[in-house]
Every structure is written in structure tokens, then in C-alpha cells.
Design a protein around this ligand. Structure first.
Ligand code: GTP
Ligand code: MG
Length: 332
């Protein structure tokens, strides 16, 4: 009797999962056709820990490969959002569709903006070929580490030509997030020691292009010298990151940045490095998803719950109980 009941419950849950899956697949198709509310719903589902990538329609799966993922990082206030804004303009002039994911509660994109940035953001907001979304940390970097890569993958799958992710360059999670982009831009300012700080934060290693923004201020040559010296000291790679000077607030140097990115992209394609980066992202997604789903189903399993209780009551050694749970699950 109990057995029959659990089968029924199982079937019921499965049907619900399938219905949900159909709905998610439909959201993907609509988002791919440019339906922004469908896209926003997909991202909200990700934030609520739904596994939307389990339901990507087959036709969409291969499309994401044409999308170019750009990471933008640097110290707070370095000018990342202003620069991103300029890059959007640059790509829009080539008639590309651009998505931006800003991971920073203070970012102008998330509304903590000074007026000028808001006005500019609104001009993009009216552009149907631009999608800007922010994701707040809410003090939980753990959640971001899961949600951000999934969201970036979704944006790539639904056919944006360029997907730009902006994060502050402090902390391992942020560095990991931008570091796995196709091209990573590290934004510095002409301040004494800024490049040394960037080095400490691990940003030098992930940079494909350096930007010295606020080049209207003193100290540009010194910052360039520091950077060059550090690059000379680091292990030589096939690609030496160029150093571009910009004044994001008035657009100076943005064309050079656009060209540097195009050159890096060409390098990635010619050297086959782009495939390696994609393989790495796919492999990380697979490993993380396996562990996540395993953990979730484990916590829902009767054996886990039962043995957990025994552990709490001191009836069994925790490690021994863990071994028993794993043995039981692997046998099923
Ligand atoms: N003088 C000067 N100011 C700039 C330049 N670029 C940006 N700014 C200003 O610097 C301030 C910070 O710019 P943002 O683009 O918000 O910097 P951010 O790196 O995105 O900041 P967070 O997201 O808060 O870390 C704004 O007041 C910009 O107008 C520049 O090239 N020169
Ligand atoms: Mg910002």
C-alpha cells in the first residue's frame, strides 16, 4: 500500500515537472524571439533556484555559440558602468543586440544612480535591442556564484550578439565570474598603486584587455609603466593584454577599446582558445549542476532524513551514517 502511494506521488511530481519544463521551454522560445518579459521571467526563475537550463529547447542549444561574452571588472567607481554604456553604443552602431548583467548593488544600472547615468540608461531602455539587468548580491555571494553563470548562459542562448557582465573586482566569486568570460576587461584608474591593488586582487591574471579609464586625470603614464612592468614580470603568454586609455565620460578611447576586443576575439578564434573557454564553462556548469542536484535530491531522500535524525540523537557516528546513505543511494 505504502509502495503504491509512493509510486503515485512520484508520477504526480514527474508530471508537474514536465509541465513546468514545457513552460520554461516556451519562455526560452519567446525570449529568443525578443520577448523581454519572457526573458525577465526566466531570470526570476533562476533567482528562485529553478533549474531552467534543464529545459533549453534543442534548437536553441547550438545558437548560443555565436554570442560573445565580455567581462568588465575593476575597483568600485573606476567607471565600469560608464564604459559599459559606451560599449553598448559601440556595438549598437554595428547593429548588434547587447545584453548587460550588472552585479553590483551600487551600479547605475540597478538604480542607485546619479541622474546622468539614469538618463543615459533610459535612452538604452527605449532601445529594444538592448537588455540591461542587475543582480543584487543581497549579501549572498554563494547564491550569485550559481545564478550569474546560469543567467549569462541564458543570455547567450537567446541570441544576444554580445553579453557584458560587470562586477566589482573584489573577492574570489566576482573574479571567477568575470574571469571565465571570452574576453575580460580590467578597468584601472590613473592612481598611484591602482595596478598594484589590481595585482593583489588577482585581476592581472584574468585581464585580456586593460583599460586606464579617467585618462583625463594625472598619472596615466605612471599607471601604464606599472602595468607594463608587471606584465614583463609575469609568465609570457600567447596574448599580451593591450593597455587602452579611455575617458568613458566623454567617449574618448572607446573605439580603441572596441578594436582591442575585436582583436582579442579574433585571437581566441584563430588559436582555438575560444573553444577551450567554452568547454571550461560547460564543464563547470555540468560539475556544479551535478553536485547541486545531487545535494538537493539527497536532502529529500527518506534515508537521508532518517539517518540524519539518528545522527542527531547520537545513535550513529556521523561519518558512518554518511557512508550508509551513499551506499543506499548508489544501490538504487
Ligand atoms: N573624470 C572622469 N570621470 C569619469 C570617467 N568615467 C566615469 N567617470 C565618473 O566616475 C564615476 C563612477 O563611474 P561608474 O561608471 O559609476 O563607475 P563603476 O565602476 O561602475 O562604479 P561601481 O559600479 O559603483 O563600482 C561617475 O561619476 C562617472 O561619471 C572618466 O573617464 N573621467
Ligand atoms: Mg557600476
Amino acid at each position: 500500500m505504502v509502495h503504491t502511494l509512493s509510486v503515485v506521488v512520484f508520477l504526480k511530481r514527474n508530471t508537474t515537472d514536465m509541465e513546468e519544463g514545457d513552460k520554461v521551454a516556451d519562455l526560452f522560445r519567446r525570449a529568443d524571439r525578443g520577448d523581454r518579459s519572457a526573458l525577465a521571467r526566466l531570470i526570476s526563475l533562476i533567482e528562485r533556484e529553478k533549474e531552467v537550463l534543464s529545459f533549453v529547447p534543442e534548437g536553441l542549444r547550438t545558437k548560443g555559440t555565436n554570442s560573445y561574452l565580455i567581462g568588465m571588472t575593476g575597483a568600485p567607481g573606476a567607471g565600469k558602468s560608464t564604459l559599459t554604456d559606451r560599449l553598448i553604443e559601440w556595438y549598437r552602431r554595428q547593429d548588434d543586440e547587447v545584453a548587460v548583467l550588472a552585479i553590483d548593488p551600487t551600479s547605475p544600472f540597478s538604480g542607485g544612480a546619479i541622474l546622468g547615468d539614469r538618463v543615459r540608461m533610459q535612452s538604452h531602455a527605449l532601445d529594444s535591442k538592448v537588455y540591461i539587468r542587475s543582480m543584487a548580491t543581497r549579501g549572498s555571494l554563494g547564491g550569485l556564484a550559481v545564478a550569474v553563470p546560469i543567467t549569462l548562459r541564458v543570455l547567450q542562448l537567446v541570441s544576444f550578439d554580445e553579453v557584458i557582465v560587470e562586477t566589482v573586482g573584489v573577492g574570489q566569486v566576482e573574479v571567477d565570474i568575470v574571469g571565465s568570460s571570452d574576453s575580460t576587461i580590467v578597468v584601472l584608474n590613473p592612481l598611484w598603486g591602482d595596478s598594484i591593488q589590481a595585482n593583489k586582487a588577482g585581476l592581472l591574471e584574468i585581464a585580456d584587455v586593460f583599460v586606464i579609464n579617467k585618462a583625463d586625470r594625472d598619472g596615466v603614464r605612471q599607471t601604464r609603466r606599472d602595468l607594463d612592468a608587471m606584465l614583463d614580470l609575469s609568465e609570457p603568454k600567447k596574448w599580451r593584454p593591450p593597455i587602452i586609455e579611455t575617458v568613458a565620460s566623454d567617449g574618448q578611447g572607446v573605439a580603441e577599446l572596441g578594436s582591442a576586443l575585436a582583436a582579442h576575439r579574433a585571437f581566441l578564434v584563430d588559436s582555438g582558445e575560444i573553444n577551450r573557454k567554452r568547454e571550461k564553462r560547460a564543464s563547470e556548469e555540468f560539475t556544479k549542476a551535478t553536485l547541486r542536484l545531487f545535494e538537493r535530491s539527497l536532502k529529500n531522500s527518506g534515508d537521508f532524513v532518517r539517518l540524519h535524525q539518528s545522527v542527531k540523537e547520537g545513535e550513529i557516528e556521523p561519518t558512518r551514517a554518511a557512508q550508509e546513505v551513499i551506499d543506499k543511494i548508489l544501490r538504487n
